[in-house]
Design a protein around this ligand. Sequence first.
Ligand code: ADA
Length: 564
Amino acid sequence: MIRLFQTNRIRQIEELEGLWEFATLGEHEDPASADYRYRLHVPGCWEVHPDLLTCQGRGVYRRRVAVSHGGPVRFLFKGVSHTADVYWNGQHIAHHYNAYTAFEALIEHAPPGEHELTVVADNSFHEDSALHIANDYHSYGGIIRPVVMEQLHDVLIERIHFTPVERNGQWHGDIRVVVRSLSEEPQPIRLAGQLAGEQLIFDHATLAPREIRTLQCRTRFHQVDAWDCDSPALYLLAVQLYNDGDEPTDDLIERVGFRTVTTARERIQVNGRDVVLKGFNRHEDHPMVGPSLPVPLMISDLELIRDMGGNTVRTSHYPNDERFLDLCDELGFYVWEENHARGLTLAQMQHPRFDAQCEQVNREMVEQHVNHPSIIIWGILNECASDTEEGRVKYKQQLEQIRAMDASRPLTFASHHRSRELCFDLVDIVSFNLYPGWYGDEDPGELCDQARGWADAAGGAGKPMIMSEFGGDGYYGHRDPGRARGTEERHADIIAANLKAYTERPYLSGMLIWQFCDCRVTESTGWLLNRAMTQNSKGIVDRYRRPKLAYHEVKKYFTGVDQT
Ligand code: ADA
């Protein structure tokens, strides 16, 4: 399944789901000489195969595809982990870095008939990789998200950017449609669009050869319901492109919601109403499928979160599968989506590729996910060097980049620098990762009050505050009346003490538990990567989603009802 709704009625698209041929590749081995001894499912990761459980390096996927009519053909890869090289009949056509954003591979003149598509994926921590490094989660290998083949015409709709605007109780929408010509000749075009019973009117245009242009309109919507968690009203936004005739030659459908997000008086507002975010940090991880959760498993994750009374997911620490975001739109969850970076030191932020790789993931994240009403916050650079002047320059640059692309959502980052933080003045929401009861013995309530003080003193006064991470280890099934560290009992105690303190503090705008489910981490040495069982065990459910004792504490504090 590509999305939770139909994205095209005119453009011919086909999901390339199923078994592809697969081979592991040596560091310098040519894919042409690969021994395709495996069949792996796409989407999926290679670690699900018994021979490849810990395989890290390069692997090559291959399949044949049928082109029905000659012309441009484009493959959309929704996520290849983590570096991809794509070949068409042996010829290199695309390169992309980062597992968690989509990219295209385009063939401008594909003759009809059968062709060979080959994808080399690399999940090694090579020297060109500034963001995928050994870390407290696993960088799986493979084509981890769906692949779509599109048969196009010379002019196409590249993407749609919808921004809802509320004025004097009336909903309006700013709609920007990016169109792209692949032609060497000027191309006259016109767009038609429909949203929530209104026709969208765009100017006609003639595109210069190979031009990419944005056409926009602002429309008033007379009969729409606002999107919110409790009533997640969604509308299809359909745009058709006419090139040189009366029949449209291309189209694109997005799904949008009408809602505003603002911050004022230390609070976050959705549609003008103060909200408190209660929820979880979540890694895309499952022992049976790695990062490639099928939709039913995504749904059951959200059902567990809802059962505990949660209303929010932070996509720690990377942009998520867009089908998960579709589900959040549809089922009514708030999302803090963040770019891909975790715990980088200043030296790691000074990697020669860091700036370019961040610029790219920020751009792709916003362009690809901007229409999800569930995303109410953009985040960047979790626990990086925001306590240094050099780090601050990079935070500022990235926040400005995102704000220039989308000024309709507040920005934040999760800090663990306490009183040393230097970047709270740059964001709309201040967020703290603190682990009272686990990494330190502080009282959660006192620490939280102290954190509010640090924020106020460091440029965060008047801004909403979120406890963006807290928790402790709890090994599923490890019970002991002595409540030793690592038991489910101690884990439940830590979660309860934190949640009691935070739910009692009216100045807090959010509390996000680290973490929803246990997750696999990189196996290595050093205190962090030496984690027991090579997993981060702070999940409220384990990797198989079995609830730990803490589940009931979360439910008690998030729902306000004690069922024990
Ligand atoms: C950090 C980090 C998480 C995780 C957590 C922990 O704050 O942001 O990714 O590593 O700590 O479990 O220690």
